[in-house]
Design a binder for this molecule. Structure first.
Ligand code: APR
Length: 390
């Protein structure tokens, strides 16, 4: 994942370079500066003395000494004075100069604190926006893994208005997602699960007895999944789950047909014919959509916060099974609406569900037609959810 956001102590990061939010003397101080000097040991200060300080917005590099990183890049952020003294330009320069220095020293991984957002008083949500903006601009032209390290919850905020709006959206749906057991999403999820089951069986099918599809039959055995309780197979009050993968079931044509769990009753076409009629795969739809949108591969995977190596793997394997975060990241990078996103997810064997905060937040941004994966990651991080990309 080219740009990550992570809760951690930057002095613990095992990366090629960590960035220090220093002051212009480069002789140490409080906050992250003090933590880095303490962890690095006296050698760091000795080298810093020879650097003769550093201008605001500029960056200088030293060795990492006792830290688990090769280099420390010292940059001096602007002191916030209301926003009218060129603070944003100077803060952008801190990230840009630090990244250029890291690149010059062949660093493949760099970790940043939120520069100027502590003692220097830069409003935290603006400090975050500037950081993400400057880093993604660099990543648009360069390959590197950059981590924004958040030391304490208080130093991270996405802005009250956005936070409240997402929280309200979640509250309206999350509760609902936890009370109804059967909803349209569930049908799609079951269809997606049966499709993905087909896909796995495609590789392993030895014949009827390997067809491990399970029929979910409600308490009245009507075959309709009406049970209440947790929204997953096999939950405490989940309906009885009978495997219809047995040879008898297979011969009698009981096959989960995706949109309902009632055995369809019709004779099951030959397994091999059926597998031969597989729908377009996830990567097939992805590559088709990239072409239809007139995007280059690089534009798409960079917008999706996906690294080039993973994209090449997906491009070369028609049956590649991405993680849910990866599949959604591509759907957003392509600007797909909610239905097309669900269609793309289904091809990877996933569904969006109102029993998942992560899914609801994704749905929120798609409804708002806000497809910026990096913005969405800031919100996901704020709600302690996994990030998009890989
Ligand atoms: N790991 C990661 N981030 C940290 C750590 C840590 N160990 N300690 C603090 N931070 C975070 C803070 O939570 C804040 O979000 O680093 C961010 C920057 O805060 P400061 O360290 O106060 O740096 P800054 O606001 O740029 O002020 C720089 O403070 O420490 C002095 O000598 C430094 O004079 C300079 C000024």
């Amino acid at each position: 994942m080219p740009l990550k956001i992570e809760r951690n102590d930057i002095t613990k990061m095992k990366v090629d370079a960590i960035v220090n939010a220093a002051n212009s003397s480069l002789l140490g101080g409080g906050g992250v500066d003090g933590a880095i000097h303490r962890a690095a040991g006296p050698g760091l200060l000795k080298e810093c003395i020879k650097l003769n300080g550093c201008e605001t917005g500029d960056a200088k590099i030293t060795k990492g000494y006792n830290l688990p990183c090769r280099y420390v890049i010292h940059t001096v952020g602007p002191i916030w004075s209301g926003g009218g003294q060129g603070e944003e330009k100077l803060l952008v320069s801190c990230y840009r100069k630090s990244l250029e220095l890291a690149k010059k020293h062949h660093c493949e991984s760099v970790a940043f604190p939120l520069i100027s957002s502590g003692v220097y008083g830069y409003p935290k949500d603006q400090a975050l926006r500037v950081a993400v903006g400057a880093i993604r601009e660099f990543l648009a032209e360069n390959e590197m893994t950059v981590t924004l390290v958040i030391f304490d919850r208080a130093s991270y905020t996405i802005g009250e208005q956005l936070f409240d709006s997402i929280s309200e959206y979640i509250d309206d749906r999350y509760a609902a997602g936890h009370t109804t057991y059967y909803d349209t999403d569930r049908k799609q999820r079951m269809a997606a699960e049966s499709l993905s089951f087909f896909r796995t069986q495609e590789a392993e099918a030895q014949g009827p007895d390997d067809f491990g599809l399970s029929e979910v039959s409600g308490p009245d055995n009507s075959g309709s999944p009406e049970a209440s309780g947790p929204d997953h197979f096999g939950g405490p009050q989940a309906p009885e789950v009978r495997r219809i993968g047995s040879p008898e079931a297979f011969k009698s044509g009981m096959l989960f047909n995706g949109m309902s769990s009632k055995p369809c009753g019709a004779p099951v076409p030959d397994l091999k014919d059926r597998i031969g009629q597989l729908d377009e795969s996830f990567s097939g739809m992805l590559l088709r959509k990239i072409e239809e949108e007139g995007m280059t591969d690089a534009e798409c995977y960079k917008k999706a916060n996906i690294d080039r190596k993973l994209f090449s793997k997906i491009r070369s394997d028609v049956h590649y099974r991405p993680s849910k975060q990866t599949a959604i990241a591509f759907a957003l990078a392509l600007g797909l609406d909610l239905n097309e996103t669900k269609e793309m997810l289904e091809k990877a064997g996933y569904a969006l569900s109102h029993s998942s905060k992560f899914d609801i937040i994704i749905e929120y941004f798609i409804e708002q037609k806000h497809y910026d994966v990096f913005d969405i990651n800031e919100a996901l991080f704020n709600f302690d959810q996994p990030l998009l990309g890989a």
